[in-house]
Design a protein around this ligand. Structure first.
Ligand code: AMP
Length: 399
């Protein structure tokens, strides 16, 4: 069955058509600047050239219409007509406490997703627009919602409750939810598969290090803790997000700089992390890596702080699980920045007996262990594939 995977942001829409039989993508792309001047669709059929077409997209329905036109185009399309698309899998950022697994979308589910809008005001409304646009253009095609938060719903209360008045949890459901769940689930399962071990026998820590970054502890196949919280702002230092800070900093800056809470939240989300720490030099880890090796002082501090924060979370989650068998690195930075993996493992994980094989660590694009055969704890690189994970869940519900 061909599964169309849709990942809808406020002004962009990423898509991938995946053949569930061989799990290969048939076409993929992105619609950018939806509702803004200069909107365009980038479309790549497997084995073909990337096409970039400027096209007016007033809203997400226009964008989906263009995606479906591209997929069925006589020359560069990959399917004859829409009946060849068996189901659509939608990435939904926040499922609150209602969704602990993927689900078929009906009116009740749409309403429940809408009720989570408060928890992810930038993401969930866009996700809903994507679903409604697809339903309008493909009314008879089954649709599935796959939630970023679902994998983390197995966390125990002690991991998800904050040390604040319990009424806030009762009234507003303020608690840790965690994100990147599809990636953490995919990578941890894949690690067990690659090692030829039973998923339910392992204690795994997944470090999803991309522009957004999070760590999770997966104990015997269940997530027991994760570094992002009520929102994706908590935890690691990220491209532009601060990660953990003393909450009193917010009041301090508000008074000193005469800023509103909203303005400070924008700073913490968009102007902090690697970008802010390097005085707006870059949030892109490739730039940071270059500057690090050119002895740029701010780049060195930012990279060291980034690595140190990851190492601290690995330590915390080793304690949470009373041990760890496998540590996985994934996403843009985790998969590519070998020097960062070396810093984390060599500088901080000696107590776990992690011994990196630098030759294996320098490889790219493979699911591999990067530690020596004698290493007491295994470290691995597992390229994440959130689209495939969404396609698998969608297929399982639509068969
Ligand atoms: P993601 O959010 O998973 O797409 O990851 C984006 C991040 O991965 C950006 O900070 C990129 O700079 C980083 N990245 C991508 N390729 C590389 C690379 N070859 N080396 C280091 N970082 C990379």
């Amino acid at each position: 069955m061909n599964i169309l995977v849709i990942n809808c942001g406020s002004s962009s829409l990423k898509f991938q058509l995946i053949d569930s039989e061989n799990e290969k993508w048939i076409a993929k792309g992105i619609c950018e600047r939806i509702g803004i001047d200069g909107s365009r669709i980038v479309y790549t059929p497997a084995g073909g050239d990337k096409e970039v077409t400027e096209s007016v997209m007033v809203n997400h329905t226009d964008a989906i219409r263009l995606v479906l036109d591209a997929l069925t185009n006589e020359k560069t399309g990959v399917v004859k007509d829409l009946s060849e698309i068996g189901a659509v899998g939608h990435r939904i950022v926040h499922g609150g406490e209602k969704f602990s697994k993927a689900t078929n979308i009906d009116e009740e589910v749409l309403k429940a997703i809408e009720e989570c809008n408060d928890l992810a005001p930038l993401h969930n409304p866009a996700n809903l627009i994507g679903i409604r646009a697809c339903k309008e253009l493909m009314p008879d095609t089954p649709m599935v919602a796959v939630f970023d938060t679902a994998f983390h719903q197995t966390m125990p209360e002690k991991a998800y409750l904050y040390g604040i008045p319990y009424e806030y949890y009762e009234k507003y459901k303020i608690r840790r939810y965690g994100f990147h769940g599809t990636s953490h689930a995919y990578v941890s399962k894949r690690a067990a598969e690659v090692l030829g071990k039973n998923y339910e026998d392992l204690k795994i820590i997944v470090c999803h290090l991309g522009n957004g970054a999070s760590v999770s502890a997966v104990d015997h196949g269940k997530c027991v803790d994760t570094s992002m919280g009520l929102t994706p702002l908590e935890g690691l230092i990220m491209g532009t997000r601060s990660g953990d800070i003393d909450p009193a900093i917010i009041e301090f800056i508000a008074h000193r700089e005469n800023k509103s809470i909203d303005e400070i939240m924008a700073v913490l989300n968009k102007k902090s992390g690697l970008l802010g720490m390097t005085k707006n030099f870059s949030s892109d880890f490739r730039d940071l890596e270059d500057a690090y090796f050119k002895d740029d002082k701010l780049a060195i501090s930012a990279v060291e702080a980034f690595a140190y924060r990851v190492a601290k979370y690995i330590g915390a989650y080793t304690a949470a699980m009373n041990g760890v068998d496998v540590i996985c690195f994934t996403a843009g930075v985790g998969e590519n920045a070998a020097f960062l993996r070396s810093i984390i493992c060599n500088n901080y994980l000696g107590y776990l007996g992690v011994e990196i094989d630098e030759e294996l660590n320098s490889k790219r694009g493979e699911d591999i262990a990067i530690t020596t055969p004698d290493s007491k704890t295994i470290a691995m690189v597992i390229p994440t594939n959130e689209e495939l994970a969404i396609a698998r869940e969608t297929c399982a519900l639509c068969k």
